[in-house]
Design a protein around this ligand. Structure first.
Ligand code: ZN
Length: 109
């Protein structure tokens, strides 16, 4: 499963390992930092997801668990795109991945 890092303005970090759907649910309402600071009070600053610069993702054949109700064995980027669309999967993650479908060796094709 993917992991997501959240950080408050004081620099406290929270890591969550969860499915894309769980991440989207988690982010559908604001979360406050629960790190205890002075006098045993929680920090309570707003947590925001940290977007890390990721190395280019290359398509890999294999089981994809989060694009349809049941895991699907995907053999090509086109199949991945088709299955995701058929199941209405329009998450940010799929859009990010979608940006790479037309990229080969760092160049658009
Ligand atoms: Zn904090």
């Amino acid at each position: 499963m993917p992991s997501y890092t959240y950080r408050c303005s004081a620099g406290h970090e929270l890591d969550r390992i969860c499915s894309i759907a769980q991440m989207e649910t988690f982010e559908s309402y604001p979360h406050l930092c629960e790190v205890m600071v002075k006098k045993g009070r929680p920090c309570e600053r707003l947590l925001q997801r940290v977007y890390r610069v990721q190395p280019p993702v290359r398509f890999r054949e294999g089981w994809y668990e989060h694009i349809a109700p049941d895991p699907v064995y995907i053999t090509s980027p086109q199949q991945l795109q088709d299955v995701a669309r058929r199941h209405g999967n329009r998450s940010k993650y799929m859009q990010d991945l979608g940006g790479l479908w037309n990229v080969k060796d760092g160049r658009e094709v």
